[in-house]
Design a binder for this molecule. Structure first.
Ligand code: GLC
Length: 524
C-alpha cells in the first residue's frame, strides 16, 4: 500500500498510519497474509517519501513512531505480517548527512558518503558524465562550490556512496532499528542501483531491452551489490521468526534477477518480467516457465505482480491491444483503453497469478478493479517525473489516487473530510468497496474467494504442471489438485463435462461447459 493514499484518519487529505491501522479489518477480510507499506519516514516528500531525511522516524504527515508501533502490533494481532520499505540508494537532500556534505566541501569525509565529482570542461561546468536521471533530465546537479552530485532520481534524492563503510554500517543499523520494532520484512528500493561501476564511466547507447523501468548501464545491476545483501541477510538471520528481504530490482533477464535471491541474499524479488509480459497465451506460458526455472536454480520463491504504485494499473493496461507499449502515465489526449475489456482481462490475469505457486503481491485498489485515473488534470500532478520531463511524461499519479471505500461519503470514505491530496474522479463511486462487499460477482468478492481458495488449496507452496489439453490459446496448469484454465484466445473453449468448478474470474452460468474468452477458471 501507498500510505499517502490508503486511509486518512485526520482529514488533511493525506493518508496516515492510524488510517491504515483503522482499516486492517479490510485486509483481514480480503484475506491477505501481509502488508507492504511504501515509505512513511520523515521526508520533504520530493518523491512521495522515497526521499528519506530520517530513517528512524515517522513523518508527522503519517503520524509518529508510536503510531508505527501500534500499526505493527495491530497487524500482528490480526495475523498479518508487516513489510516496510527501505530506501538505501539515496537519501533526501535534507538528510543531515547531505547538509554536512554541502557544508564540509570538496574532498571531505562528509562528501565521501555521497557521489560528488568535479565537472568536465575547462571550468568544470559540464556534468562529470553523461548519465541521465530515471525521472528524466541530467543525473547531476551542481552545488555552489562548483562540484556536482549524482542523483539517479530527483535532485532531492542524492545517491549514496556504497563504497563508504559508514554508509554500510548505517543501513545495517537502520535494519536493526526496524527489526527490533518487530517488522517482518523489508522491501529494498532500487536494489539494483546501489553500486556504480568504478570510475563512473559514460553510459553507452540504450540496450534493446531498456524501457522506462528496465535499464542497463554502469549504474545498474553491478556485481558488487550482492555483498551488501549478504551482509543484510546476516543481520536478519539474527532475529527470531521469519524475516524477509524483497528486492525491487528492474534487471533482466530473469537469471540476473535470480542472483538477488540466492541462498545467502534476499528471499524474494519482484518479478517485473512477468508484469511486462503481453496478455497472450504463448507469452504467459513462456514467462511463467522461465520465472519458475530461474528461481528454482537458486532455491527461492517466485513472485507474481500485476500492479504497484509506479505502474499503470493493470485494469487499464490490459484494456489496450496485447503488447501495446504505453507511455509512463496516461492523459486524456492519449489513446484511451477499453475499460470493460481491461477489467475483464485484469480479473482473468489476477486469477491466473493467484493460481500459481509462489508469492503474489497485490496493490491497494486492484481488489476493487480500480482503473488508472486517466482523468487527472495536469495541474494536480505531483510526480516529479511530470516536471522533470518538461510536462511530456505524465508520471505515476494516476495509480496513486486514494481508492474509494464508500461511494456516498466525502472523499469516497478515504478520510473524514472531502480532502484528498490527488483529486478523486467521479467514476470512483462505481468502484467503491461499499458497493462491492457481499455482492456476488463483484471484483472484490472475486479476490476474496480467490484468496480464500488459494489458502485452502495451499497454492502458494504448490508446484505447477502444465496441461496441454485446451489448445495453444489457453494457459492451463495444475497446482495442488486445482486445475487453472485461462482462455486468452479469441473463441470460447469447450470444457470437459466432469469438471467441478470452484471459481471463475467472470461469473459463469450454472452447468456451463464453455469457457468464454478472457476468463480464468479454477476447477478440479
Ligand atoms: C522505486 C520506487 C519509486 C521511487 C524510486 C526512487 O522505484 O518504487 O516509487 O520513485 O524507487 O526511490
Amino acid at each position: 500500500m501507498y500510505p499517502r493514499s490508503f486511509a486518512d484518519s485526520d482529514g488533511d487529505g493525506l493518508g496516515d498510519l492510524p488510517g491504515i491501522t483503522s482499516r486492517l479489518g479490510h485486509l483481514v477480510e480480503l484475506g491477505v497474509d501481509a502488508l507492504w507499506l511504501s515509505p512513511f519516514y520523515t521526508s520533504p516528500q520530493a518523491d512521495g517519501g522515497y526521499d528519506v531525511a530520517d530513517y528512524r522516524s515517522v513523518d508527522p504527515i503519517f503520524g509518529d513512531l508510536a503510531d508505527a508501533d501500534a500499526l505493527i502490533d495491530a497487524a500482528h494481532t490480526n495475523g498479518l505480517r508487516v513489510i516496510i520499505d527501505l530506501v538505501p540508494n539515496h537519501t533526501s537532500a535534507l538528510h543531515p548527512w547531505f547538509a554536512a556534505a554541502l557544508a564540509a566541501g570538496p574532498g571531505s569525509p562528509e562528501r565521501d558518503r555521497y557521489l560528488f565529482r568535479d565537472g568536465r570542461g575547462p571550468d568544470g561546468s559540464l556534468p562529470p558524465n553523461n548519465w541521465t536521471s530515471v525521472f528524466r533530465g541530467p543525473a547531476w546537479t551542481r552545488v555552489p562550490d562548483g562540484q556536482w552530485y549524482l542523483h539517479l532520481f530527483d535532485p532531492g534524492q542524492p545517491d549514496l556512496n556504497w563504497d563508504n563503510p559508514q554508509v554500510r554500517s548505517e543501513f545495517e543499523d537502520v535494519l536493526r532499528f526496524w527489526m527490533d520494532r518487530g517488522v517482518d520484512g523489508v522491501r529494498v528500493d532500487v536494489a539494483h542501483g546501489l553500486v556504480k561501476q568504478s570510475g563512473l564511466p559514460d553510459a553507452g547507447e540504450q540496450a534493446p531491452g531498456d524501457n522506462d523501468y528496465v535499464h542497463t548501464g554502469p549504474m545498474w545491476d553491478q556485481d558488487g551489490v550482492h555483498d551488501i545483501f549478504r551482509s543484510w541477510r546476516k543481520v536478519l538471520d539474527q532475529y527470531p521468526g521469519q524475516r524477509i528481504l524483497v528486492a525491487e530490482a528492474w534487471v533482466s533477464p530473469l537469471e540476473r534477477l535470480a542472483r538477488y535471491v540466492r541462498g545467502d541474499e534476499m528471499h524474494q524479488a519482484f518479478n517485473f518480467e512477468y508484469l511486462q509480459a503481453a496478455w497472450r497465451a504463448a507469452d504467459q506460458r513462456t514467462v511463467i516457465t522461465r520465472s519458475l526455472a530461474a528461481t528454482a536454480l537458486v532455491g527461492a520463491t517466485t513472485t507474481w505482480v500485476l500492479s504497484n504504485h509506479d505502474l499503470i494499473r493493470h485494469a487499464t493496461r490490459l484494456g489496450y491491444p496485447a503488447g501495446t507499449v504505453l507511455p509512463q502515465g496516461i492523459g486524456p489526449d492519449d489513446p484511451q483503453p477499453d475499460a470493460e475489456l481491461g477489467l475483464r482481462r485484469a480479473r482473468a490475469a489476477t486469477l491466473l497469478i493467484l493460481g500459481l505457486p509462489g508469492s503474489a503481491y497485490l496493490y491497494q485498489g486492484e481488489e476493487l478493479g480500480l482503473p488508472e485515473d486517466i482523468w487527472l488534470s495536469d495541474g494536480a500532478r505531483q510526480d516529479p517525473i511530470w516536471n522533470r520531463s518538461g510536462h511530456t511524461v505524465r508520471g505515476r499519479d494516476g495509480c496513486r489516487v486514494p481508492p474509494p471505500w464508500d461511494g456516498w461519503q466525502p472523499s469516497y470514505g478515504f478520510g473524514p473530510t472531502s480532502a484528498s491530496w490527488l483529486p478523486q474522479p467521479e467514476i470512483w463511486a462505481n468502484y467503491a468497496l461499499s458497493g462491492q462487499r457481499g455482492v456476488p460477482g463483484s471484483t472484490y468478492e472475486m479476490y476474496r474467494t480467490a484468496l480464500s481458495l488459494r489458502r485452502e488449496f495451499g497454492l502458494g507452496a504448490g508446484t505447477l504442471a502444465w496441461v496441454d489439453d485446451f489448445g495453444p490459446d489457453v494457459v492451463a496448469f495444475r497446482n495442488r489438485g486445482l486445475l487453472v484454465i485461462a482462455n486468452i484466445g479469441t473463441t470460447p473453449v469447450a470444457l470437459p463435462p466432469t469438471l467441478r468448478i470452484h471459481h471463475a474470474s467472470t461469473p459463469l452460468p450454472p452447468d456451463t461447459h464453455v469457457l468464454p474468452v478472457d476468463v480464468t477458471l479454477w476447477a478440479s
